[in-house]
Design a protein around this ligand. Structure first.
Ligand SMILES: Nc1ncnc2c1ncn2[C@@H]1O[C@H](COP(=O)(O)OP(=O)(O)OP(=O)(O)O)[C@@H](O)[C@H]1O
Ligand SMILES: [Mg+2]
Length: 271
């Protein structure tokens, strides 16, 4: 018979101790003043997306109208299946809308052909996809230089010689893993590697689909601070889908989707 050891008993804690402390957020509907002195970057007009599946039609996004200004940090929230990923994929041009239009920098993005959209995406967007978007046959460091190669640039220095990339990888705590393949690293490391690659060249538009979903809360906050710093110092615009209320900050915009429709469009006022 085994003795019941008393030294490895689970410790009793209260559920309240585990719950994140929620900051009280004052939400204010977007009003005329919000757009004052702001430059329009992205506009969605009556945007809808219906997927055709074997089981029938799935309406993922319905008649969506949204205006995004240069420098906005916009959180997209809403339950699973509400259309967050669909919205980001439509804006990236990786998915085509069934109806409606997307204007980016006053150009009708939805009318462009695939090649023009792909070039625009390559040169202006940094993307973190929900289920990963790195090439699994290339190492993290090779994935990092892929964009440069597609742009036809000659690589003059190795990653080891590029201090700003090294700093970013150190900051995101993945420097030790950059010779690894995407499938050899953990989910959280993969997310940080994808983010480093997405923000490395400071693209005008960051489309980040649940970029902190696999991170513990301290690392998630650190990652979000880094995104904020990049956006604020370089005037980048970020669209971030998330379920995590803890990464919200004052001054950002927040839209909420429900069944493919925007049910809330607000910004978090400074206290
Ligand atoms: N490629 C697809 N083919 C068919 N249906 C799809 C496809 N992608 C998404 N959907 C459906 O569209 C709806 C919206 O999905 P979407 O992935 O945009 O939701 P989400 O808000 O990102 O959810 P989650 O929080 O789980 O990531 C869901 O009903 C989903 O099943
Ligand atoms: Mg999603």
């Amino acid at each position: 018979m085994f003795e019941n050891p008393s030294d490895i008993q689970p410790e009793k804690i209260n559920l309240e101790q585990l719950k994140p402390k929620r900051e009280t957020i004052k939400k204010v509907p977007i009003d005329d003043h919000y757009s004052e002195n702001k430059e329009l970057l992205i506009m969605l007009r009556n945007l809808s997306k219906t997927y055709k599946t074997k089981g029938g039609l799935v309406e993922a996004l319905t008649d969506t109208n949204l205006v995004i200004y240069k420098g906005d940090i916009l959180y997209i929230m809403g339950p699973s299946g509400s259309g967050k990923t669909t919205l980001l994929r439509l804006i990236s041009g990786l998915e085509l809308a069934s109806k409606g239009e997307i204007f980016i920098l006053e150009e009708n993005f939805s009318k462009w052909d695939d090649t023009k959209r792909a070039i625009f995406r390559r040169d202006n967007m940094g993307i973190v996809a929900q289920h990963g978007n790195l090439n699994p046959f290339l190492t993290i460091s090779e994935n990092l230089i892929l964009k440069k190669i597609y742009q036809g640039n000659k690589l003059t220095d190795t990653i080891e010689q590029n201090q700003s990339i090294l700093n970013l990888f150190v900051d995101l705590q993945i420097k030790e893993r950059f010779q690894a393949y995407p499938l050899e690293i953990s989910g959280g490391e993969l997310q940080r590697a994808s983010l480093a690659i997405a923000i490395n060249e400071s693209p005008k538009i960051l489309l980040l689909d649940e970029p902190t979903a696999n991170l513990d809360s301290d690392l998630a906050k650190h990652v979000v601070n880094l995104i904020f710093e990049k956006c604020k110092t370089l005037g980048l615009t970020a669209l971030i889908s998330t379920h995590d209320l803890n990464i919200l900050k004052e001054g950002v915009r927040l839209i909420e989707l429900s069944d493919g429709q925007i049910i809330k469009n607000s910004y978090i006022a400074k206290a």
